[in-house]
Design a protein around this ligand. Structure first.
Ligand code: 6PG
Length: 244
């Protein structure tokens, strides 16, 4: 079912498969138009089937022109089970012919998270044109508390306007995070949220209504010159899908 804000599918796997086709098309078009395509990956568990589908069905994308970034990262070693990089490595990157230099993990090996945030901001600015630099496809998830990337409700990081990447503190372990800030996210050409499960219904309603954005940072993702599309399962969309 297609609504103005997005698409609802029977299962999260169905939503992920449809989103994979959309992401593949967007990256192919960006590479064709500008010679480079940049995608920022989200973390957590939801996107795994999306990444697996991209690796399985879309290995013939112009990977040498595609650059992979992250929207946020837990401040852990890249081989930690908590690492968003590790999950994407296993679900996607090890299965496609992407040049190693095109994969840009957040530098969580640095002792100082603030230094890591500044380094990653420089990576973004060097890689992509625009001020702020424009990511072609930004993938995001939704937490049950309304967070997205590592922008948590009530966090001071929500107010950052002078940096592309910032440190943040999660309510749960691993607490230390790095995240793209709203200026970086809102420079995206396309933002795609993938979310599922009844436990996120309230967060989705809050994100779509936008009534209390400070308490639902996902509602603050609104690119001035880009699109936001939600890819949902029926369990999270529930009665929202029936509304106008
Ligand atoms: C992270 C993610 C985070 C995630 C949500 C949803 O580092 O955890 O980037 O923003 O998208 O927490 O996580 P699940 O997909 O595991 O529910």
């Amino acid at each position: 079912m297609t609504r103005p804000w997005g698409n609802v599918y029977p299962t999260l796997d169905d939503a992920a498969a449809a989103l994979a086709d959309c992401v593949a098309r967007a990256l192919r078009d960006a590479a064709g138009e500008r010679g480079i395509a940049a995608v920022a990956l989200s973390g957590g568990s939801t996107p795994r089937p999306l990444y697996e589908t991209l690796a399985r069905e879309h290995g013939r994308l112009p990977w040498p022109q595609i650059h992979v970034l992250w929207g946020d990262e837990r401040y852990v070693p890249h081989d930690s089970p908590d690492s968003n990089y590790r999950m994407a490595r296993g679900a996607l990157l090890d299965g496609v012919p992407i040049p190693p230099g095109n994969v840009h993990p957040m530098p969580t090996h640095l002792a100082d998270p603030e230094e890591a945030a500044a380094r990653y901001a420089a990576t973004l600015a060097e890689l992509l044109p625009g001020d702020p630099p424009r990511i072609d496809v930004t993938l995001l998830g939704l937490g049950a508390d309304g967070h997205t990337a590592s922008l948590f409700p009530g966090s001071a990081t929500l107010a950052v306007r002078d940096r592309l990447v910032a440190t943040s503190e999660a309510p749960d372990e691993p607490r230390q995070r790095l995240t793209l800030t709203l200026p970086a996210l809102n420079a995206s050409r396309q933002v795609h949220f993938l979310a599922g499960g009844a436990g996120k219904r309230e967060a989705l309603r809050c994100a779509l209504d936008g009534d209390d954005p400070e308490q639902c940072p996902a509602a603050l993702v609104a690119p001035g010159d880009g699109t936001v599309t939600w890819w949902l399962d029926e369990a999270v969309a529930g009665d929202i899908a029936q509304e106008g």
